[in-house]
Ligand binder design. Structure first.
Ligand SMILES: [Zn+2]
Ligand SMILES: [Zn+2]
Length: 274
């Protein structure tokens, strides 16, 4: 009898729940369980050691072995390589945010594993084995919240900033040339166009934060400004003229990056003055 996991694609588990369900070990990227006869593959993007990625609907999964050249005869690499000819079922999870294991579904080896160069734990280039995996279920069923990508980017940014220049260069040069892609879910807010146009007209071509003229004009000849909600819509702010201002792109970025109290207060005063 095959193993019943009861999961749907996009379900999110903690590490503990994953261990309980699959009866596997608590760590490692490739976890085999004798009890459920499953091999759980985990692609943890919060640890940037492996350059796992989707190309079309094939997931290119890097095998195990943190230092030196990887081997196809080693541990779970061997098991995965033979999995199409055994009765082991293979499942894939991705991690974008610590302790959030996103279930993708059952996978199978859809092409021959191949080698490529990637940096190891000691920042040395070595050969890794990459396994092309396809899902048994529909790839488009998997919806990943956009916040997950953003939190992964933050984690990777922090790591990259700490890297010595030489390592950063190595990594940049060894980055996969074909970026992966995938479908994400994002929540979008319907903004009222009249509120937005009112705010721009009120600003009259001048940024309401730095008070400089718009940096350029649109093709139609209007000064280019962007509307911004002082209290962000995503934080419950209202789409009203009292909460909307027109900013130059620089100041708009600044508000989303810093949202400094002093600037927020200034914008509140300006918007109240209409
Ligand atoms: Zn400005
Ligand atoms: Zn904004």
């Amino acid at each position: 009898m095959s193993f019943e996991h009861g999961l749907k694609p996009s379900d999110i588990l903690t590490n503990q729940q994953l261990m309980d369900k699959f009866k596997c070990a608590m760590s490692g990227g490739m976890r085999f369980s004798h009890r459920t006869n499953t091999l759980v593959l985990i692609s943890d993007h919060t640890k940037s050691l492996y350059d796992d990625r989707w190309i079309g609907d094939v997931f290119h999964y890097t095998g195990m072995g943190k230092v030196g050249d990887q081997s196809l005869d080693y541990g779970q690499n061997k098991r995965l390589n033979q999995s199409n000819h055994t009765d082991v079922t293979v499942y894939l999870f991705e991690v974008f945010k610590q302790n959030n294991y996103v279930f993708l579904g059952q996978v199978y080896l859809s092409n021959h594993p191949y080698t490529e160069e990637q940096l190891d734990d000691n920042q040395k280039l070595r050969l890794v084995w990459v396994f092309p995996l396809s899902l048994r279920n529909n790839h488009n069923e998997i919806l990943i919240p956009i916040e997950f990508f953003e939190s992964r980017e933050k984690i990777q940014e922090k790591e990259a900033i700490k890297m010595p220049q030489e390592q950063l260069t190595k990594r940049a040069l060894s980055a996969p040339k074909k970026p992966g892609s995938r479908t994400v879910v994002t929540k979008t807010y319907e903004r009222d166009i009249y509120v937005s146009e009112f705010a721009k007209a009120r600003a009259n071509g001048v940024c309401q934060l730095c008070e400089k003229p718009a940096p350029f004009h649109t093709k139609k000849g209007d000064p280019y400004l962007e509307t911004h909600h002082i209290e962000w819509l995503s934080k419950g702010g209202e789409d009203t003229i009292e909460n909307t201002v027109a900013l130059c792109p620089n100041c708009h970025r600044k508000m989303h990056s810093l949202n400094a109290k002093k600037d927020v207060e200034k914008l509140r005063r300006v918007a109240a003055r209409s």
